[in-house]
Write a protein that binds this ligand. Sequence first.
Ligand code: FES
Ligand code: FES
Length: 212
Amino acid sequence: MSKRVPDLELSRRGLLVAGAAGAAAAAVPTAEAQPRPAAAAPPSAKVALSVNGTTHTLELDTRTTLLDALREHLRLTGTKKGCDHGQCGACTVIVDGQRINSCLTLAVMHQGESITTIEGLGTPDKLHPMQAAFVRHDGYQCGYCTPGQICSAVSVLAEIRAGIPSHVTGDLTAAPRISNAEMRERMSGNICRCGAYSNILEAMADVAENHA
Ligand code: FES
Ligand code: FES
């Protein structure tokens, strides 16, 4: 028969009492304990944004992305938030004629620039040619990526027409042509989970051909 060692014996009740005493001691502030400093107010600034031809002055936390300023402050929810990490293109808007991912840039960086969102391209009664072509060619299914796709598509055609080469441009001394390869390459930052890519290309080719 084994013999019990009294020193190592600890009753359940004793263990609970010891634990409670330890917790109470930890909760009592010591002489060295310092009060926590009050949390600093977030940095903010007045930001004037020109969006779709109208200037809006907003008081913003300076860390606000352009995407959040558009969606959360101006209620322009046509621009979509997909990944919020620059990987899907759903947030694409046109700034001074160039497409950018609005989730990757701060609103304060765009004062004085001309920002165009999907709401500024056309209206339900008077669609932009690219919007109309997307409808004609069924360039979407769920539609979530579509505002970003359309802003990119408009900008891509302008880039090619301006003679800006891409990774697949063969001859850098000649003006790039509006080809499937050029459009695919330049649209590669716009992801469509529904896989409407071929119809998007058809819509772009239609606009390229019929709207100089
Ligand atoms: Fe900006 Fe995906 S939300 S790239
Ligand atoms: Fe659904 Fe593109 S239409 S993600």
